[in-house]
Design a binder for this molecule. Structure first.
Ligand code: SAM
Length: 282
């Protein structure tokens, strides 16, 4: 294939920083992302941000079907050229934040998400699938290295946070590849990593997803405060009740929220839910 930068230049394409446009064309990297995602000829893949279509093309060569969402209509002529003849690819020019996920899922069987995500939407996009997706088996996404560390962090580390706990409830998360900034065009200021999040396992069972979300929010509300204090503030309860909840969740008396594992947070959220501190189930 002609050099990516030549194709873009021929179409007079100018990069837009606000859309996080850093493209990849390294064939080995593209192949390794497709392999890490476990894409087979049975797979349906949803891609967010096909850019110039290099990853899209590699995915379409391995998958049954690829549905890609691109915000920048200026990429339309570029994609028409780079994806010419790829009958199993559909590119929808729409901001993914405005895509109705339940409606999208009604038109698909089980699917995986594979994407080199624009940096500015990484966490909201991943959180949408974590919170709302019903038919998604896995997400294999390239993100900034430090964001990857946060997604897969262990309890008690400074990287561990609300996003980590949300992902852990739905499935497993691991970094499958570190990627140098030199493999992107234009070259960004940070290195990246490919993360795979699998939803196929059991995840962590909770009595109420809403209670888990609110418990996690509370646990990380003020990282300097004890969990006891954060519980008192979030759920308007007295010190004694808060201390009792902390003990029942198996945490140390003056523990901070960030030291609780996702399993402990789940137990705490069940206790909070059963005490009626959070009203409706969801
Ligand atoms: N997949 C291509 C690659 O790997 O070379 C491009 C990746 S680039 C990091 C991110 C792409 O996402 C850009 O093409 C950008 O225009 C697109 N994008 C940014 N925000 C988006 C959004 N909200 N919805 C859909 N696409 C978006």
């Amino acid at each position: 294939m002609e050099e990516l930068r030549d194709i873009l230049a021929r179409h007079g394409f100018s990069f837009k920083k606000q859309f996080g446009q850093n493209f990849i064309s390294d064939t080995n990297l593209l192949r390794s992302i497709v392999a890490a995602a476990g894409v087979t000829e049975e797979s349906t893949v949803v891609e967010i941000g096909p850019g110039a279509g290099t990853l899209t093309r590699a995915l379409s060569e391995a998958a049954k079907r690829v549905v890609a969402f691109e915000i920048d209509v200026k990429l339309q002529p570029v994609l028409a050229e780079t994806l010419a003849g790829r009958e199993n690819v559909e590119v929808v020019f729409r901001d993914f934040a405005k895509v109705d996920l339940p409606a999208l899922e009604r038109g698909l069987g089980n699917y995986s998400v594979v994407a080199n995500l624009p940096y500015y939407v990484t966490t909201p996009v991943v959180m949408r699938f974590v919170e709302e997706a019903k038919k998604c088996d896995s997400l294999t996404v390239m993100v900034q290295e430090e964001v990857a560390e946060r997604f897969c962090a262990r309890a008690g580390t400074s990287e561990y946070g609300a996003v980590t706990a949300a992902i852990a409830r739905r499935g497993t998360c691991r970094i499958v590849k570190r990627v140098s900034r030199n493999l992107f065009y234009p070259r960004p200021n940070v290195d990246s990593a490919v993360v795979r999040i699998d939803f196929t396992g059991e995840g962590i069972a909770v009595k109420s997803e809403k209670a888990y979300r609110e418990t996690v929010r509370c646990a990380f509300l003020n990282r300097r405060k004890t969990l006891e204090n954060n519980l008192m503030q979030s759920f308007r309860i007295g010190r004694e009740e808060a201390a009792e909840l902390v003990r029942a969740a198996g945490a140390e008396e003056k523990a901070r929220g960030e030291t609780l594992s996702p399993e402990q947070l789940a137990l705490l959220s069940d206790l909070i839910f059963m005490r009626g501190l959070i009203a409706e189930n969801k």
